[in-house]
Write a protein that binds this ligand. Structure first.
Ligand code: ATP
Ligand code: MG
Length: 247
């Protein structure tokens, strides 16, 4: 057992000794080299490190969207390794939300329809899903725009729709890959305020991969990666020092 600050410190995500290799022979890349990573309930946890160090690969493993070669992965105490693909998909649909750098909105659907998708996948009726979607759009500051399409919005507005979609089914774990990199400063802070609020809700956890130093001051913990491994986990005074140096 790793010593932890609180009884729930490993409660949301626990990754132990995970190895992930892409390709074979000369084209082989070992993206994760026996990595350990933990995130707690009630925590906004940043993952930082140079391009190519394995951040997106780690998130994909935690989300159950990418198979890995060796090691253990648990999300809220449920072991993902050894679970069948169908079971992982069902677990993901009810427990995990994603926000990607490129938003991944469906251009032919309206905003309300885009945000409804996770609820429809979980079996909700259309009317219930669209009502909940409209509520979420209001929460991210896009009230009354539900009938627009993604192409009619700015980058920051599209990112807020992506956040609404990621939160609409109230996932306990929210995973975000570079959620603020395409945004101006004011919009970036708005998005981080929303994500901090989500992380503070009981039993929830937000993990954010970022290159954006403006996000550091929102973190409860920061995991630093390099070349497929964790090099440092910062919290308390060390985190404060890191934030003041990089902000
Ligand atoms: N599908 C893939 N096929 C082959 N190699 C891959 C694949 N995905 C990632 N890699 C390799 O694995 C390593 C880690 O990639 P990853 O995308 O996790 O990095 P990252 O830290 O997210 O980088 P960035 O900050 O640029 O997004 C890199 O060397 C990358 O080239
Ligand atoms: Mg990446």
């Amino acid at each position: 057992m790793t010593p932890t600050a609180s009884p729930h410190a490993d409660g949301a995500v626990r990754v132990r000794g995970v190895i992930k290799t892409f390709g074979v022979g000369d084209a082989k890349t070992v993206a994760l080299k026996g990595i350990d990573f933990s995130a707690a309930e009630g925590e906004l946890h940043l993952v930082v490190g140079p391009s190519g160090c394995g951040k997106t690969t780690l998130l994909s493993v935690v989300a159950g969207t990418l198979d890995w070669d060796e090691g253990d992965v648990s999300v809220f105490g449920t072991r993902l390794d050894g679970m069948g693909k169908g079971a992982v998909t069902r677990f993901r649909r009810s427990n995990i939300g994603f926000i990607f750098q490129q938003f991944n909105l469906i251009p032919t659907l309206t905003l309300v329809e885009n945000v409804s998708v996770p609820l429809l996948l979980n079996g909700a009726g259309r009317r219930t899903a669209e009502e909940k979607a409209a509520q979420l759009l209001k929460q991210v500051g896009l009230e009354g725009r539900g009938n627009k399409r993604p192409t009619q919005l700015s980058g920051g507005q599209q990112q807020r729709v992506a956040i609404a979609r990621a939160l609409v089914h109230e996932p306990r774990l929210l995973i975000c890959d570079e959620p603020t990199s395409a945004l101006d400063s004011a919009t970036g802070h708005q998005i981080m305020d929303i994500l901090s609020g989500v992380a503070r809700a009981p039993g929830r956890c937000v993990i954010i991969v970022t290159h954006d130093p403006r996000t550091h001051r929102y973190a409860d913990r920061i995991t630093e990666m390099e070349d497929g491994r964790v090099t440092r986990v910062l919290d308390g005074a060390a985190l404060g020092e890191f934030v003041s140096m990089t902000h």
